[in-house]
Design a protein. Structure first.
Length: 376
């Protein structure tokens, strides 16, 4: 007699992802219906489950199938690790229930010949995810028992950050603040990506190897599932979430994304990593960095209002052109060649920009320009 789970072999990881990719709109419609049909679900659980469902479907929809290896379980392990700041037992169970019901409903409607094989694959998948989640919970409990003073240490770190922010004069100090964040929270690299709401775009602004950072820019859309999230995300392996060219550019291994927010206003994101070294991150550590993002959001909202009220800026056409080239990461010699100016003349223009934007260096010029909407 054939064991029923042997039919799982009939569906590969590539086939499952392709199936979801093709039918994600109908499945998403079903998930929304089921999430809103059940009145007994608490609103917080509903929100968490909705975020998990949205993240899972985005992963399926925007993954490059050619890069998948059928036996590679790390594909789903990476996704689960990225949900640490959202997930709890209730929301995980609700996510599983809604996804399975939505998928079954769709496949019954379609009268698909692959219904049994797909569903058996899903059962196998969730068995694996449940085990992973249980392991994560166990790791957190063991971590809590072994670090009795962890909460106090985190409060002390946040207190140091608060004192730093209070003593900082404004947005132009953000580069220094990020360097201190690397020191406080024991990461080798911290990068700031700014968000421009009126154009729905993001820009790399501050971080080590500035030309590389400033080459990072784009439109916020469905493909940017990480930046679309308003919760912190830890990726032990960024493959399938971050473009391969960017992984190579920054020598990325594990990475953390932290939104910088004040109420509903999004200023951008911080990333933390260890310069190519893989690392682990607990749920508590992710919560600590989420607090960092909130404090920076408060800092930027207050300092930003002050700068905008006290600054009446007028840039000449030439200054605007040079500002744009600075944002692209060009040095004075390259800017001079592009604009047919001497290096000395370019240096004078950069000095003028530093004066107008109250910046101490080129990095602060670009950072202030993004904050004030002079770059878009």
């Amino acid at each position: 007699m054939t064991h029923p789970f042997q039919s799982i072999e009939e569906v590969t990881l590539q086939e499952f992802v392709l199936f979801i990719k093709i039918h994600h709109q109908q499945i998403e419609e079903n998930t929304n219906i089921y999430l809103n049909l059940e009145p007994s679900i608490a609103e917080e659980d509903r929100k968490r489950a909705a975020m998990l469902l949205d993240s899972f479907l985005r992963l399926m929809t925007y993954t490059n199938i050619d890069e998948l290896n059928d036996g590679d379980k790390s594909f789903f392990n990476t996704w689960l690790q990225a949900q640490l700041s959202i997930i709890d037992r209730k929301s995980f169970n609700l996510f599983q229930l809604i996804f399975e019901k939505s998928l079954i409903t769709f496949m019954i409607q379609q009268k698909s010949s692959r219904t049994n094989a797909i569903l058996m694959y899903v059962l196998s998948l969730f068995t694996f995810l449940v085990q992973l989640y249980d392991d994560c919970e166990g790791d957190d409990k063991r971590s809590n028992r072994s670090t009795e003073n962890q909460e106090l240490r985190y409060l002390q770190l946040l207190d140091k950050l608060d004192k730093l922010l209070i003593s900082s004069s404004g947005y132009q100090d953000l580069a220094y603040i990020l360097k201190k964040c690397e020191e406080y929270f024991s990461y080798k690299r911290c990068v700031f990506y700014a968000y421009v709401p009126w154009s729905n775009q993001f820009y790399g602004v501050i971080g080590a190897e500035l030309p590389k950072v400033q080459s990072m820019k784009g439109q916020l859309n469905g493909e940017n599932a990480i930046l679309s999230s308003r919760k912190p995300i830890y990726l032990k392996n960024p493959k399938n979430y971050v473009k391969e060219e960017h992984i190579q550019l920054f020598n990325l291994s594990s990475i953390i994304f932290i939104p910088i927010m004040r109420r509903d206003q999004l200023f951008g994101w911080l990333t933390f990593d260890q310069l190519g070294q893989e690392f682990d991150c607990t749920k508590e550590e992710l919560s600590l960095l989420e607090e960092v993002g909130k404090r920076l959001g408060l800092f930027l909202s207050r300092k930003g209002e002050k700068v905008e009220k006290n600054t009446e800026l007028h840039l000449t056409e030439r200054e605007s052109m040079i500002l744009g080239l600075l944002a692209e990461g060009y040095d004075n010699k390259k800017i001079g060649g592009l604009l047919f100016l001497s290096e000395h003349t370019v240096r004078d223009y950069v000095s003028s920009l530093m004066t107008k934007l109250k910046a101490k260096n080129r990095t602060q010029v670009v950072a202030s320009a993004f904050r004030l909407g002079l770059l878009s």
